[in-house]
Design a binder for this molecule. Structure first.
Ligand code: AMP
Length: 442
C-alpha cells in the first residue's frame, strides 16, 4: 500500500509499535507515551498540582510579548498566520498561555498559591534533527503567586521526581541565578562593553546576539568565545543581596532534599521574563540535544502580559521527545503494548454471531477481548491470538454452542478447560487475577 502523502518534516506519527524515523531515531509506541504521561500525572497528583489545558492557537502578540521579541522563538521559529484581522500562532511553549489563563480567569481568586501542570504539543519552526522537532511535546508546571525559595525548590523537586519515577538517573541539574532584571540590565551593559572590541572575532550568531540579546552569548558553544568569556564581567557580581539570599535558600533546600546540582554561572535562558533562579536538567549522554528540561522564576511575566500587579511565579518545561531519548539511552523499563486478556476464535456463521455478541458482553464486564473480523480459518485465528500475545484463547464451534460451554485454552501451557457460558466472566477474571499476582492458576 502507498500514498503520496507524508508527515511534514519535523513532525512524526506515534504508532502502536515503535519504529525508526528517517534520521535513525526510535519513535516510541503509543503505550510508552501513555506510560510517561501517566507517570507525569501521578507525580503531579502526589505533589498536589492541578491540570490546566490551554488552546494550541494563541494570539501572536501573547507569544511575542510573553516569550520576548529578541528570542529565536519569536524572531524565526513561530508558526504564525493571519485570518481576517486576527494574528494566530501555534503555541511554541506553554508558560505564557498559562499566565494568560491565570490572569484572564482570575485564578488568584481560587485562593492561595496556584500549582498547575500541563502536557501537550508545542510548535517551533526549527531545523529538524534528532531530538529537535517542529511539533514536539512538553509537560511542565507553573507555581503562581509564591515568591518563596521553597516554590523554586519544589519546582525542581517535581521535575526530579518525574525523572526518578521513570527510572532516569545520571542527570545533571545546572543551577544559576539571574537576579533582578534591573541588575541584569547593568550586567548586560558591562558585558556588551567588554565584548564590543572583540565583535569582529565573534561568530555570526554571537555578533547578532551582541546587538539584540548579549546575555545569550553566554550560551556559546564556540571554544574561542568561551575563552573570551572567561575574563568577561560575571553576572553573579551584579546580583543584589536580596537575590543572593534567595539563591542561597534555594540551594539549601535542594541539599535538604538530597537533590544534587551544579552551579552554572553562565547558564542563562533565552526568554526575557526570567528572574532569579534559573536551571536546566541535562542527560549528559545525549550529545547536542541533552537538555531535558529548563525552568526558573519569571516574576515579571504577568506584568509584561498586562497585569496591574506582579505575580511571582516559577516553573519548568520538559521535552517528552528528549525524555524518550534518555529512556532509550538508559534502557529504562517501559510497558509493552497492551495485550488482550482473551482471544475468541469462532468456527462457522452461528459461532461468529455468538462470538460477536459475547465479546461485547465480556468487554462490558471490563475484559480486554479480541476476535477475528475476517472470517478466517481456525488456524489463522489461533495464529492471530498468538501474534496479539493473548494469554487465553477461547474456541467456539457448533459443539460448544450446543453444550453451552466454551473451550478455554491457556496459550502458554496449551492446557484446555471446558467452561459453561454463564461462568465465563468470573472464570476469566479469576485466571487473569492469578496471572497478574503471579500466583498459580486457579
Ligand atoms: P524551552 O521552552 O526552550 O526551555 O524548552 C524546554 C524543553 O523543551 C527543552 O529542554 C527540550 O527538552 C524541549 N524542547 C524545546 N524545543 C524542542 C524541539 N524543537 N523539539 C523537541 N524538544 C524541544
Amino acid at each position: 500500500m502507498s500514498t503520496s502523502f507524508q508527515t511534514i518534516r519535523g513532525t512524526f506519527d506515534i504508532l502502536p509499535d515503535a519504529y525508526t524515523d528517517d534520521g535513525g531515531t526510535r519513535i516510541a509506541p503509543s503505550a510508552e507515551w501513555r506510560h510517561v504521561e501517566a507517570t507525569v500525572r501521578d507525580v503531579m497528583r502526589r505533589h498536589n498540582f492541578d491540570e490546566i489545558r490551554t488552546p494550541i492557537l494563541e494570539p501572536t502578540e501573547l507569544v511575542a510579548r510573553g516569550v520576548g521579541e529578541s528570542t529565536d522563538i519569536v524572531q524565526k521559529e513561530m508558526f504564525a498566520f493571519e485570518r481576517g484581522d486576527t494574528q494566530y500562532v501555534l503555541r511554541p511553549e506553554i508558560t505564557a498561555p498559562v499566565v494568560r489563563a491565570y490572569l484572564q480567569h482570575h485564578l488568584d481568586q481560587r485562593g492561595g498559591v496556584q500549582k498547575l501542570f500541563y502536557l501537550g504539543p508545542c510548535f517551533r519552526a526549527e531545523k529538524p534533527q534528532k531530538g529537535r522537532y517542529r511539533q514536539f511535546h512538553q509537560f511542565g508546571i507553573e507555581i503562581l503567586g509564591a515568591d518563596e525559595a521553597r516554590a523554586d525548590a519544589e519546582t525542581i523537586a517535581v521535575l526530579m521526581a518525574v525523572c526518578e519515577a521513570l527510572g532516569l538517573s545520571d542527570l545533571k541539574l545546572r543551577l544559576n541565578t539571574l537576579g533582578t532584571p534591573e541588575r541584569r540590565e547593568e550586567y548586560v551593559q558591562a558585558l556588551e562593553e567588554y565584548l564590543r572590541p572583540y565583535a569582529n572575532e565573534l561568530s555570526d550568531t554571537s555578533r547578532r546576539r551582541l546587538e539584540r540579546n548579549p546575555l545569550r552569548i553566554l550560551d556559546t558553544k564556540v571554544e574561542h568565545e568561551q575563552k573570551l568569556l572567561r575574563d568577561a564581567p560575571k553576572l553573579i557580581d551584579f546580583v543584589d543581596e536580596e537575590s543572593l539570599v534567595h539563591y542561597d535558600e534555594v540551594k539549601g533546600l535542594l541539599t535538604d532534599l538530597d537533590i544534587e546540582y551544579e552551579e552554572a554561572p553562565r547558564l542563562v535562558r533565552g526568554l526575557d521574563y526570567y528572574t532569579e533562579t534559573t536551571f536546566e536538567l541535562e542527560s549528559p549522554g545525549l550529545g547536542a540535544q541533552s537538555a531535558l528540561a529548563g525552568g526558573g522564576r519569571y516574576d515579571r511575566l504577568a506584568e509584561v502580559l498586562g497585569s496591574d500587579e506582579p505575580v511571582p511565579a516559577v516553573g519548568f518545561a520538559a521535552g517528552m521527545e528528549r525524555l524518550f531519548l534518555a529512556l532509550d539511552a538508559a534502557d529504562a523499563e517501559r510497558p509493552g503494548p497492551p495485550t488482550p486478556d482473551v482471544f475468541i476464535a469462532a468456527l462457522g456463521d452461528d459461532a461468529e454471531q455468538w462470538v460477536f455478541r459475547t465479546s461485547q458482553e465480556l468487554r462490558n464486564e471490563g475484559l480486554h477481548v479480541a476476535h477475528d473480523l475476517m472470517g478466517r480459518s481456525l488456524k489463522a485465528q489461533m495464529k492471530e491470538a498468538n501474534r496479539q500475545k493473548a494469554p487465553y484463547a477461547m474456541i467456539i464451534g457448533g459443539n460448544e454452542l450446543e453444550a453451552e460451554a466454551a473451550t478455554v485454552k491457556e496459550m502458554k501451557s496449551g492446557e484446555q478447560e471446558e467452561v459453561p457460558f454463564d461462568e465465563l466472566t468470573p472464570y476469566l477474571q479469576r485466571r487473569l487475577e492469578g496471572n497478574a499476582s503471579g500466583g498459580a492458576p486457579a
